[in-house]
Design a binder for this molecule. Structure first.
Ligand SMILES: [Zn+2]
Length: 471
């Protein structure tokens, strides 16, 4: 048995034991240092995976016989939700070939490297990305995996196994590319699949893995990579399949001016017009980036109920511009936060990403328009709405018990006044504890039974092999 399988087995038995505990008893998260919730000064009671009660100042829980977790050292947030990522890109962080390039040349430098992705490397990459996310206070992550090479037809299955081993909640998107250089697209022929293969596998992973219901731990969405990697026929067929199977749709849109030019040359339309032509302007769609929307386009997005994932760090690294978050929200568009792939960020730390969003948006709109609570809201309630999971992202009675706990005992926090503001302004980046569905997944800053050093060793070696560097 390899170390990955042993880890998965440990996690399964651990969760089984905790499940019994949670079915039989309630847990009072007592007297937190601070909590992002109204009328919960004395904490919350967790029962059967949900927030059963908020305990206001001067009161005790009405639910009796609770176990107690003393939270006096912790700032408690709803678990953070990541709305855009490409886990496999942890293997090409700071790749020399792609440094200091804008999106299109950046992609063209990386496609030939990514073409060598193997199942083992993907498992390691997904485990690294999700571990980073968990340790930053993230409880739900999406991933946009669009790389299905000949040796890697079952990428989504690999990612799901890795997510289950870690205990993180996921919405994994079955991505796709079928427009290669041969047909005027951006990616090389070796990394695309044909439409029939893509649709058949999309249907397979939905039927096999997609869970319905508020406590779903694994969901599937469908996600052609972008208008410059996917044909119109695939875009339309994917929207039809998503409607038939009642799953969500995701893609990149309005990321760069190059994309506007490309869409104009190829389709004679702006990207959003093209998306609408393909049947995608819909409530089930969320779009990564949304940097270059006009006021009219924002109104159309709002009317359709289409949401946007703001990826502040990635947009700055690739110099794509910045997402007009306040204008989008004012127009009525739901906005969440995404770290984006770890080759354009190059980290998967959602707490740091939330701070990046705060800085970029405050710089854009000013101090009266953007506060630390806005950034916290975007990464929690905003992200939950963005991906269509309103039962997540808030500390309220009846919501799912996904929580992140931060301590303020590091040098960076020393002297801080407002604990919630300190998380954003002093740059919190590591959660002390993380609870998902009422179960502890991170304790004392560690994921149980995960050998972090061994994971780094194996992942680094896989990354160097993929990048063609000496191992
Ligand atoms: Zn992306």
């Amino acid at each position: 048995m390899d170390s990955g399988s042993q880890f998965a087995e440990h996690q399964t038995s651990l969760r089984g034991k905790e499940q019994q505990l949670h079915n039989n008893s309630a847990l009072w998260i007592k007297d937190p240092l601070s909590i992002l919730a109204d009328a919960a000064e004395r904490g919350v009671v967790i029962k059967e995976g949900r927030i059963a009660e908020l305990v206001p100042a001067g009161r005790a829980p009405t639910i009796s016989d609770t176990a107690i977790f003393e939270a006096g050292d912790h700032v408690v947030l709803p678990g953070l939700i990541n709305t855009h990522h490409h886990f496999f890109q942890t293997l090409t962080r700071a790749a020399p070939a792609a440094l200091d390039r804008e999106l299109f040349p950046w992609l063209q430098a990386l496609y030939p490297i990514w073409a060598g992705l193997t199942p083992e490397a993907l498992e390691l990459a997904a485990t690294v990305a999700m571990s980073e996310l968990l340790l930053s206070g993230c409880t739900t992550s999406t991933d946009h995996h669009y790389l299905f090479t000949k040796g890697l037809p079952e990428a989504i299955d690999i990612e799901i196994a890795a997510a289950k081993a870690l205990g993180i909640r996921v919405v994994l998107t079955r991505g796709s590319m079928n427009l290669s250089q041969r047909d005027g697209g951006l990616p090389p022929d070796s990394v695309v699949q044909d439409e029939d293969t893509i649709l058949a596998d999309s249907e397979r992973v939905i039927e096999r893995y997609h869970q319905r219901g508020e406590d779903a731990m694994v969901q599937i969405a469908l996600a052609p990579c972008s208008p410059f990697c996917s044909t119109t026929s695939l875009m339309r067929a994917t929207a039809e399949l998503a409607a038939r199977k009642d799953v969500r749709l995701h893609t990149h849109l309005a990321e760069t001016q190059d994309e506007n030019r490309y869409c104009h040359e190829l389709y004679g339309r702006r990207p959003l017009d093209y998306l609408e032509d393909c049947g995608w302007l819909d409530r089930r769609t969320w779009l990564a980036h949304g940097v270059h929307f006009t006021a009219d386009e924002m109104a159309r997005l709002a009317r359709a109920g289409t949401s946007v994932s703001h990826c502040a760090s990635s947009n700055q690294v690739l110099a794509s511009g910045s997402c007009p978050v306040c204008d989008l929200e004012q127009a009525g568009v739901r906005v969440g936060i995404g770290v984006d792939g770890s080759a354009s960020n190059d980290g998967s730390n959602l707490m740091q990403e939330l701070r990046a969003a705060f800085l970029v948006q405050r710089g854009r709109y000013g101090v009266s328009a953007v506060g630390h609570r806005d950034a916290l809201r975007w990464a929690t309630k905003g992200s939950a709405a963005c991906i269509g999971r309103p039962e997540l992202g808030e500390i309220q009675k009846g919501k799912i018990a996904d929580l992140a706990f931060f301590k303020l005992d590091e040098l960076r926090f020393s002297g801080a006044g407002d604990p919630l503001a300190a998380l954003v302004l002093c740059g919190a980046h590591r959660a002390d504890r993380v609870m998902i569905g009422g179960e502890w997944v991170v304790e004392q800053g560690r994921i149980a039974h995960l050998d972090r050093h061994e994971l780094i060793r194996r992942h680094s070696a896989a990354a160097r092999r993929l990048q063609g560097l000496a191992v």
